[in-house]
Write a protein that binds this ligand. Sequence first.
Ligand code: KIV
Length: 282
Amino acid sequence: MTGAAGASGRSRASTVPALRARKVAAGAEPLVMVTAYDAPGARMVDDAGVDVILVGDSLAMVVLGHDDTLHVTVDDLAHHTAAVARSRPRALVVADMPWLSYHRSPADTVANAGTLVRAGAGAVKLEGGRRRLPMVEALVAAEIPVMGHLGLTPQSVHVMGGYKVQGRKADDAAGLVDDALALVDAGVFAIVVEGVPADLGARLTEAVPVPTVGIGAGPHCDGQVLVLHDLLGLGEGPPPRFVRRYASLRDDGVRAVAAFAADVRSGAFPSAQESYGPGGAG
Ligand code: KIV
């Protein structure tokens, strides 16, 4: 039993059927999803007791330094999914399908998702509503569990004209509810709802029988997801409104490395205790 996972009482692996049933209105505990992109990050979030580790295409921005999520490929996601899976987490590992990996044809979509499953994912996530139904159905028919993603879908940044809250107009909100219901009919086991007003987050959550996982979608979703680097305070500059920072690891890191540099320059590091003795002693 590891760390806080034991303290949270979560002792068995997260499975898709168990997660699919996690509706707060039915008495379930809210679902917790956090991103990770490598083995130490995955061990950290798994030891903290999360339900789902998302190997998000946010990889492009928070790890690889790109300005948007459009710059990662299936091979990039597979590389990082494999690193996460090697930590053998209890949490379900969900891999994001990158832009253009599920837009061409159902067959191409299944082949790309298969690469992510073989890398260690237990499910995949893809963005979009009714226009993605043939792809979702093909994945489900191939026994690959699918998590949907609606609202502010970052891969549509150019179409949306920036990262803007979605569903503020009545027609757009109704369209998102129709998208959510269609995704459920196609077989998704959960839906990420990103960047919508809190009342729409509540409406979507009430409308579907699978859990909604919110990010910038208010408190009424069946769970919440944050990007690991955001919640640990590893980013630069002020975080977006929907982020709560639980640590300031970037500041701590700068301080620690500056202290190391000062010790090296002053000769204080390494000390005798940090050095080996002669002839095999110490
Ligand atoms: O890529 C990602 O990290 C995501 C979350 C923001 C939901 O899709």
